[in-house]
Design a protein around this ligand. Sequence first.
Ligand SMILES: N[C@@H](CCC(=O)N[C@@H](CS)C(=O)NCC(=O)O)C(=O)O
Length: 230
Amino acid sequence: MAKYLLVSFKTCPWVQRSAIVLREKNAPFEFRHIEPDNRPDWFLAMSPHKKVPVLRVDDQVSLFESNAINEYLDETIAPRLHPQDPVARAVNRAWTDYVPTFSANVTGCAYADSEAQYDAAIAAIPVAFERLETALARQGTGPFFNGAAYSLVDAGYAPFLQRYFFLDRIRPIGLIEKYPRLKAWAEALLARPSTHSFPAAEFEAMYRANVKRRNKWLSRFVAEAAVAAE
Ligand SMILES: N[C@@H](CCC(=O)N[C@@H](CS)C(=O)NCC(=O)O)C(=O)O
């Protein structure tokens, strides 16, 4: 097997998506975390957009963009996570293409500057949740997007569903309960060991610290929520 280096910011959901696929494939990799505010020259030289993730393969090539990385990993390391059937594969790719929109709708509230903006961001969540709920109804019985078989769609959504629950614990949102298929899917993904790059509580604390540090409207609720949870 090739030698893999995955370059990361500790809480980046896009890196997490590629780390999940490496773990699903039992592929050993070096996980190297760098600081967003102090990106080393060796990283800047290998990342065209200066973003993480970068996957360095055999010290020779640097791949970027989490979706492209995951497609590459799926083509080169067994077991295949994409469905065999071309139609099912196209459907999976279409839903993977929706991940950036889903992410913006579901985690946008963390970036709002005012209560009005926060409320507007929360109002965008049901649109994304409804679309996935409908897709899951067409897909079958779960627990994963394609049923029993884990796929790249699962790896794509898991980090953002996890963050919904983090945000819901900072300031209650209470929306996922209205989408039973989505909720069951999210719970199955959170129970999957591959989802987690760090112990769950430690990771949630890191996420909350980021929300606090960002100094947005939601940030004021982090300390109170932390006290309530401890
Ligand atoms: N579309 C990219 C998004 C990656 C991304 O936004 N990474 C963030 C960290 S979570 C980043 O590196 N941001 C630094 C920057 O924008 O300069 C992917 O899927 O890989």
